[in-house]
Design a protein. Sequence first.
Length: 381
Amino acid sequence: MPSYRGIAATVHGRDIRVRFELDAPCVVGWQIYDPLTGAFLFEGEWHQLRDTHADLRVELPAEDGPYRVQLAPVEDRGRFIVIEARVNDGSAEVSPPRVGTAAGLRRERLIRAIPKAFLYPPRALWRNRKLIRSMVRRDILARYRGSFGGALWALFNPVLLMATYAYVFGGVLHTRFEGDASGLGYVFFFLAGMLPWLALSEAVGRSPHVILEHRTLVRKVVFPLETLPANLVISGLVAEAFALAIFIAALLLAHRPIPVSIVWLPVVIVPQLLLTIGMSWFLAALGVFVRDLGQVIGFALTLWFFLTPICYPEASLSPHALRVLRANPMYVLVRAYRAIFLEGRAPDWPALAMLGCFAFAIAILGFGWFHRLRRSFADII
């Protein structure tokens, strides 16, 4: 690898004059990159050195913005001179030259990207909150436009779904808990487990198609595509809110008090939302490239439903199956909802904390996956 000595850089307008010394005469070249993405912009002319001293003139682009200049021998670019520059109003400002490697620059980009990975997703959603609110309202109304019930179907759908499952398992199959002759105990047990499932399954089930459904927006550079999966998550949360209101009304009609532990519900909803939006971002991006993903996810959600103790008590499982089941994030959410509404106690905090960390990681990785692939959406669609 080449070694550099006496590196110095001076600025004249947009021009950078770089002087340094190498071990032997060689051909030297320079390239300019985008420091934010690492994308190559263009390359300058090569210079044949007559001796070991190099004196090069680098002209920066006229457009304002940050640039990275890399200078090195053409035949060996393992180590190169790096100059961070910024053009403002036709004048350049540069940092002191340093020697770097491609691996070192990748590590630097990764380190700089870590805080952005935590800050950019909530910042993007907050900045577009009005757009999300408008599109969620439009999505709910458009889904039932032209029907006699109109937007009331947003209430009827969870009611009918929950009533159907409750009738099948409680009325047809006569599923009962010991000492519960009326069967209401099982019905409430089942409905409490359905509450988080309604929100998650709706968003995850629709996410593989959401970009394709809004293909006209993909080519609009200024449109924040990351809000489209978020719209599904909020729509699912609205459906859960209707179902929750019905569930609380059913508790009151059955002369069961509303437990004080309901105050812990927002704490449980946070990891639920993080898990749902992370999966939705991931599947929305992947669905652009894998058109059969929607059918696969439909089957996977059915399998996931029956692998989660929603319609059956966890006590009916063997100890080995229960150990495997605890790795299911929906298992933690279902138990938390039942603890809050049926047992009148706080959820299992260690399990919920582990779920929160896992859901947070899924949300960050899902957004990163979506952000990386979105550049190819216009080409694929």
